[in-house]
Design a protein around this ligand. Structure first.
Ligand code: HEM
Length: 429
């Protein structure tokens, strides 16, 4: 089946993600008619779009064939040229995180913090998470009406991750701005000012200046329990991490750790409020909270895609992928695959089983998923306990990003519950 080339242009674009209806139609067509689709958009390097869950998993099972270096996200020709110039100027890469690595390095670097993100350790972090949730729900109640995404959701995971890295609260707003610019380089309101093709390189430089200083300070001090200190004092093959890899470790935690969770909070709340009956059902049956959160991850799937590069020829669903081809794993599409999920577009707090790939699959599967689950459960438990009603006011908007995205604007009004606590903790912003 041949799909029209203007369709390919949409598939390669960022804008399609700001229109969920159109985006869903596009992916439904692809999953039905050409699930492993060779995409040739003008001004864009060609790539395979893998849209069904079974194929995303199949690619994830072969990390030696589908490698994470040299490219993580789709880029158009101009972005690619600029990136090559920028990286040549820095003598290599803008950043080199575990997401950009393949084995054996990937395993070594991931292993440095793997146990930190295991459920047993996440339990130890409960008080940090709880304190942040209570403070932000308190602020929401105090305001009555607010724009949930920018006033509440973006702060919550940011504050958690930055607390784990031991970054002072006064610097959270600056790091939030950098992260948004890094992850939504094309969104008209979130992107950096100026010629946006160069935005990412400039943001990476700022990250390096900030985290490079932090690294030096942590290395000069004795090892402490925080994640920032752990990375500063870690060794690989008996040597301290090189500057690029150490700073990149901070960058990946700063970026991967909060934009994704805040997007899930916004879209999760939006669908909980707009899918008839679901909020009341969750209030009546709080034991459904874990499955409701899982459905928020699936339905929001904030990581839209990641790219792999084929090291050798490989046949996938009858298509002949050749060595050197780019393969885009369309995680968002895979989480709506009709073959896996009954009525995938409907948001069901009791969906089960819910084997989505919002956290990816294989050796690169999300390291922070236990932290994301704990953060979301704590926030929504607190929110429901302390409010009597929550309603959407006005029109909701979605971010134009094919990398990490979701909702941009969600105006809500809350009424406190009678038992609402009055505890208040001062937070940034
Ligand atoms: C709703 C929340 C989140 C979602 C949907 C999400 C999604 C993902 C996805 C899809 C990947 C795989 C990327 C690939 O295929 O290459 C990934 C990797 C990763 N995530 Fe998350 N993430 C979330 C929260 C977090 C948090 C809270 C942290 C840590 C603070 C985190 C840290 C990481 C790291 C370090 C990786 C790289 C793993 C590797 O390459 O081995 N994420 N995440």
């Amino acid at each position: 089946m041949t799909i029209a080339s203007d369709f390919d242009t949409e598939l390669a674009s960022h804008e399609i993600y700001s229109d969920p209806e159109r985006m869903h139609e596009m992916f439904e067509t692809l999953r039905r008619e050409d699930p492993v689709h060779w995409t040739t958009a003008p001004g864009h390097p060609p790539f395979w779009a893998v849209t069904k869950q079974a194929d995303v998993i199949e690619v994830g099972k072969h990390p030696d064939v589908f490698i994470a270096s040299p490219k993580s996200f789709l880029m158009n020709d101009v972005e690619q040229r600029v990136r090559i110039e920028e990286t040549a100027a820095t003598g290599g890469k803008l950043v080199r995180t575990m997401i950009h690595m393949d084995d054996p390095d990937h395993k070594k670097y991931r292993g440095l913090t793997q146990s930190y993100f295991m459920p047993a350790n996440i339990k130890r972090l409960e008080s940090v998470i709880q304190e942040r949730a209570r403070a932000l729900v308190g602020r929401l109640i105090e305001k009555g009406t607010s724009e949930f995404c920018s006033e509440i959701a973006v702060w919550y995971p940011l504050q958690i991750v930055m607390t784990l890295l031991d970054v002072p609260e006064s610097e959270h707003p600056y790091l939030l701005k950098l992260t948004q610019q890094f992850l939504a380089p094309k969104d008209p309101t979130l992107r950096r000012d100026g010629p946006d093709e160069r935005g990412k390189g400039a943001v990476a430089k700022e990250y390096f200046a900030y985290f490079g200083k932090m690294l030096a300070e942590r290395r000069a001090a004795p090892l402490k329990e925080d994640l920032g200190s752990l990375i500063a004092h870690a060794t690989v093959d008996g040597e301290p991490l090189p500057l690029m890899e150490a700073v990149s470790y901070y960058v990946i935690l700063a970026t991967a750790g909060h934009d994704t969770t805040s997007s899930s909070m916004c879209s999760g709340l939006y669908y909980l409020l707009t899918q008839p009956g679901e909020l009341d059902r969750l209030r009546a049956r709080p034991e459904l909270m874990p499955s409701a959160i899982e459905e928020m991850f699936r339905h929001g799937s904030p990581v839209k895609h990641f790219v792999r590069t084929a090291t050798r020829d490989f046949e996938l669903r009858g298509k002949k992928i050749q060595a050197g081809d780019e393969v885009a794993l369309m995680y968002h599409s895979a989480s709506f695959d009709e073959e896996v999920f009954d009525e995938p577009r409907s948001f069901r707090i009791d969906r089960g089983p819910n084997k989505h790939v919002a956290f990816g699959f294989g050796i690169h599967a999300c390291l922070g998923q236990n932290l994301a689950r704990a953060s979301m459960r704590t926030f929504f438990t607190e929110l429901l306990a302390r409010t009597e009603s929550i309603e959407v006011v006005g029109k909701a908007e979605f971010i134009a990003s094919n990398q990490v995205g979701g909702m941009k604007t969600l105006n809500i009004r809350v009424t406190p519950s009678k038992q609402s606590t009055t505890d208040r903790i001062e937070v940034a912003a």
